[in-house]
Design a binder for this molecule. Structure first.
Ligand code: F6R
Length: 625
């Protein structure tokens, strides 16, 4: 879950456009969504006899600021450097556990994302051989293992020592290493955890994620599993672990740097909420022909195979799971296929019943979430067809799947998913219609009406986004409330779950989502005067029942906020406050209804003075179980 970065650009780089330290600090700032418990960097100079220079800090969300200030003390002749922003897994978030980790000599420094599963066994061996471990992390053993392999054969280069070390390592890693004796060289390697590299203007660089090095190039290379790369100024050479030359895979990315900057917004979450109409429009783009045929060229499953599918599973975590729940209604209604939606971490351990007629849809913004990744690996093992919905081109899950449907939301930096969530709902709705088309389960008139309603969605989402001021006024009225219950029915139920998740994760307020019909089976006991209930009450087929549930909580003293269609005074009559949205076809309504709930959570967090982009304890990409 950590972020790593590295750059090499020869001597005197601080005078050049891509100074080592500037690139490291800027890149780490753009990687902080991967974790921000601590930060650090290390650089080597031009003189092989000189020591390497390292700085680390563990000051919560200020860690990188501390590191950036101390970067002024670095040697001006830095030729290559590596940096890290951490989300602690093994070892507390303190300076000693911050990366880069060093070997006993202090001349090797290493950053790592992933988990070294056999670190205890390796540490025991290394300690028995006289090494001293300075941290509680799983990572540090790698620096000592490389040190030992260098010492074992003085003719070895750093890359040779990394190749000699990795066969001993179990687990997942993307790592970058520098050695004071090899100025201008970074050695990188990966297994499972993502790592991309690039070359531009005489420099070579690497990162765990694209946003970190956007602005330096749009053309990247992806390092395959169990490959070792040697980066020198302007060149990258790759080998397998036995030293055989290998080619990295090229990857072109259209995202631009502005997308990874705040662009005048106070925080990324606000910016990304405003980008939602574009995310929806871009995800629809080129996928509906003028005659209404849906084209999903990238879905490499034939129409015959799709027609043979007789059941669907959606596996995902968090907001992506909620997008999956929303899609269940559309796929079942339009394509007449039974759909089960599973939390990915539960799916993989419960021995699910799948076969070649099962379509498993993995939904993951990052395409790297380990639980979802392992769930699709298990689904493939059991013979199912796997389709992944991901926002990141060539992500680990995209590579593992039989087919990919990309959301085109651009990079999302705020930890709370917003624009990628609505892009996922859009992609899943397209897929539902595509399945219906392949299975001929919708009449031409129904299909035409739905496609026309779909075409209007970017405009409706834009209309909803434009109402942030009104939502903020409602949030101000409830700023002192400490407990919220979100209710919904039918497609409003996953919207309620998403509203509650957004509120709890960025404002740290108690917020639970329930299916409104389930209220009487227990949760209604929570209602007392002052409890705030947020009801998703737009006009779905179960609107009347939803209104009865709203009336029940109101009569027990709850303060009620409803999400309601424009002009629906009947719904408003039951509420203390209304979050108005433009009306849309019920199965598309989650796309619009979720917007005021994102804005409500955003306003509450801001009113409480919280850092909405970096909520405590969270990381954007969860690559540990
Ligand atoms: C919530 C949020 C998380 C993610 C979850 C899955 O705002 O962002 O719940 O949705 O960690 O992440 P991906 O979609 O990358 O698999």
């Amino acid at each position: 879950m950590c972020g790593i970065i590295g750059i090499t650009c020869g001597s005197e780089p601080r005078e050049s456009s891509h100074g080592v330290l500037d690139v490291l600090v800027e890149g780490l700032a753009r990687l902080e969504y991967r974790g921000y418990d601590s930060a650090g960097l290390a650089v080597v100079g031009a003189d092989p006899a000189a020591p390497l220079w390292r700085v680390r800090a563990a000051d919560g969300t200020h860690s990188l600021d501390v590191v950036a200030k101390r970067a002024d003390e670095a040697p001006t002749e830095a030729t290559a450097g590596i940096g890290h922003t951490r989300w602690a897994t093994h070892g507390r978030p303190n300076e000693g556990n911050a990366h880069p980790h060093a070997d006993c000599t202090g001349r090797i420094a290493l950053v790592h994302n992933g988990i070294i599963e056999n670190h205890v066994e390796l540490a025991d061996e290394l300690i028995a051989d006289g090494h001293t471990m300075a941290s509680e992390t799983d990572t540090e053993v790698l620096a000592h293992l490389i040190e030992a392999n260098l010492a074992a054969d003085p003719s070895r280069t750093l890359a040779d020592a990394v190749r000699a070390s990795l066969p001993r390592v179990r687990g997942a890693f993307a790592l970058a290493v520098i050695h004071a004796a090899e100025p201008g060289v970074i050695v990188a390697a990966r297994r499972v955890s993502p790592l991309i590299m690039g070359i531009a203007d005489g420099a070579a660089f690497l990162a765990s994620d694209i946003p970190a090095i956007l602005g330096l190039t749009h053309d990247f290379f992806v390092l395959d599993d169990d490959r070792v790369a040697e980066l020198r100024p302007g060149s990258i050479s790759v080998t397998t672990l036995d030293g055989t030359a290998a080619e990295p895979k090229p990857l072109h990315v259209d995202w631009d740097l502005d997308a990874a900057r705040k662009d005048g917004y106070d925080d990324f979450m606000d910016k990304e909420i405003h980008e939602q109409p574009t995310a929806v429009a871009d995800t629809l783009r080129d996928r509906v022909l003028p005659d209404g045929t849906l084209v999903l060229d990238e879905v490499r499953i034939t129409n015959d195979e799709l027609a043979a599918i007789d059941n669907v599973f959606v596996v995902a975590c968090g907001s992506s799971f909620h997008a999956g729940l929303m899609a269940k209604y559309a796929i079942e209604r339009w394509a007449r296929l039974p759909v089960q939606v599973d939390i990915a971490s539960e799916f993989r351990y419960r021995d699910p019943v799948l076969d070649s007629r099962t379509l498993v849809i993995g939904v993951s913004q990052s395409g790297e979430t380990v639980d979802t990744f392992q769930a699709i690996v298990e689904a493939k093992r059991l013979g199912a067809k796997v389709l992944v919905i991901s926002n990141v081109v060539d992500s680990s899950m995209a590579r593992e799947a039989d087919a990919v449907l990309y959301t085109r939301a651009g990079p999302e930096i705020g930890v709370a998913a917003t624009k990628t969530h609505v892009a996922q709902i859009t992609a899943l709705e397209i897929l539902a219609l595509y399945l219906a088309q392949a299975r001929e389960t919708l009449s031409p008139t129904e299909a035409r009406d739905l496609l026309s309603a779909m075409g209007a969605l970017p405009g409706k989402v834009a209309d909803a986004v434009a109402r942030a001021g009104a939502v903020h006024t409602v949030a101000e009225a409830y700023r002192d409330a400490s407990a919220f219950i979100f209710l919904g029915r039918h497609v409003g139920y996953p919207v309620a779950l998403e509203g509650a998740l957004k509120l709890k994760e960025i404002s740290y307020l108690r917020a639970e989502g329930f299916p409104a019909g389930e209220l009487k089976h227990g949760p209604i006991a929570l209602i007392e005067p002052g409890t705030v209930v947020v009801g998703v009450a737009t006009r779905t087929p179960v609107w009347e029942k939803m209104i009865s549930n709203v009336a029940e909580v109101k009569s027990r003293g709850a303060s009620v906020i409803v999400v309601a269609d424009d002009g629906d005074d009947e719904t408003a009559r039951h509420a203390d406050a209304v979050l108005w949205v433009p009306a849309t076809e019920p199965l598309f309504s989650p796309l619009v209804d979720v917007v005021p709930l994102q804005q409500f959570a955003h306003s509450m967090a801001r009113l409480h003075g919280l850092d909405v982009d970096r909520p405590r304890n969270l990381a954007k990409t969860v690559t540990v179980e």
